[in-house]
Ligand binder design. Structure first.
Ligand SMILES: [Fe+2]
Ligand SMILES: [Fe+2]
Length: 159
């Protein structure tokens, strides 16, 4: 039962990480091009940044919301929870920052911040995969059912 619930979140992580690894690979090849500044391709950078922001909007914010509203309230160790919420807020803040940068004026800042974000998201997902497996033994069957139902509700609302 818990495994089923954990696997929902872990499947979200896998989906997000696989999209991010594509973005990261694109960004790496872009960085190689950018070494020659005369060839800086702003429209390509804009495309990578937009793809990244869209992934955040369509996949990540809803995922954060489902963790924060459906799962975290049931977890007794508030220190572990607040560490994860701090990560979410750090990621949100960086997303806002990137969104406000101008591709032509701040190409390097966009690339640097996207790289930092991708690293942070990978680290965060790994941390959660470990914690979620551990938390499983601390929750009752009823709590797990409620959490699953709330996660479903949050995803249903999007449709
Ligand atoms: Fe999270
Ligand atoms: Fe997560």
């Amino acid at each position: 039962m818990w495994f089923g619930m954990v696997s929902i979140f872990i499947a979200h992580h896998e989906k997000i990480l696989s999209i991010l690894s594509t973005i990261e690979a694109n960004l790496t090849s872009f960085l190689e091009e950018v070494r020659d500044l005369y060839k800086t391709n702003y429209s390509l950078l804009r495309k990578h940044a937009e793809q990244f922001l869209k992934t955040y909007e369509t996949e990540m914010e809803l995922h954060f919301k489902s963790e924060e509203e459906a799962l975290f309230p049931y977890i007794k160790d508030r220190e572990e929870v607040s560490d994860l919420i701090n990560d979410h807020n750090w990621i949100r803040e960086k997303i806002r920052f990137i969104r406000n940068l101008d591709v032509e004026k701040n190409p390097k800042e966009i690339v640097d911040n996207m790289t930092q974000l991708i690293d942070k998201i990978k680290e965060h997902a790994q941390k959660e995969n470990q914690l979620f497996s551990k938390w499983g033994s601390q929750l009752s069957k009823d709590e797990i059912e409620e959490i699953s139902r709330k996660v479903e509700e949050i995803y249903e609302l999007r449709k």
